[in-house]
Design a protein. Structure first.
Length: 211
């Protein structure tokens, strides 16, 4: 017990001895992001519902994080990201691509001179810039006038990053809130059903570099 108390006191003393810059993060951070998406849809039509198999994609972009208070390491962040998502089901592969604008609150918790933990919560808006529904029999545009999906999506983000110096390892979950199924979609020979509900889900893992 005494040894444990000695270790705790030593750790606290080491935090007190850190330079001011290491305990007080920068006022403004530009972060370049890149990584992988594991995405799927939760969908329903008639009385049937379920989830698709996951599809791998990727994301890349830049965000700007502004510190809200000089004594509290809270940041508000936004930026622009490219994100490739989708899902697979019974030979079909949906591949929507988005330009995504996040709005997040980050808290930078310093663990040592170089190590930090950065939990994140927030929301995002995604504008569909293209995408295809592929099958062995052919393909169709997801956002065509008679296509099965709405072009824009909006959702939440919950994540955490492990920072080491200027680099960070990021992971997160982004559930979509908007029903992407178009009620006026036209059934085709490629996709003979009209979905009544479709929501996106996406797990992310990647790297970031701060400037």
């Amino acid at each position: 017990m005494r040894r444990l108390l000695s270790v705790i006191l030593a750790v606290l003393a080491s935090f007190q001895a850190l330079p001011a810059r290491s305990q007080n993060p920068e006022r403004n951070l530009i972060v370049v992001h890149g990584g992988a998406n594991i995405a799927f849809f939760a969908a329903a039509y008639d009385n049937l519902s379920g989830t698709t198999s996951p599809r791998a994609g990727y994301y890349a972009g830049v965000t700007d994080h502004i510190r809200l208070h000089r004594r509290i390491p809270l940041y508000i962040g936004t930026g622009l990201l490219f994100s490739s998502r989708g899902g697979r089901y019974m030979g079909f592969s949906a591949r929507p691509m988005y330009l995504q604008v996040p709005l997040t609150i980050d808290c930078r918790i310093r663990c040592s001179r170089t190590l930090s933990i950065i939990p994140t919560v927030g929301a995002w808006y995604g504008a569909g810039i293209g995408g295809k529904l592929r099958h062995n029999d052919g393909w169709a545009e997801l956002y065509a006038p008679e296509g099965p999906m709405r072009r824009s999506d909006v959702g939440l983000r919950i994540g955490v990053a492990l920072g080491w110096g200027r680099f960070r390892l990021e992971a997160g979950y982004e559930p979509g809130l908007r029903n992407l199924a178009r009620p006026d979609a036209t059934p085709t020979t490629l996709l003979p059903v009209r979905f009544t509900r479709m929501h996106s889900h996406c797990f992310t893992i990647g790297l970031g570099c701060e400037f």
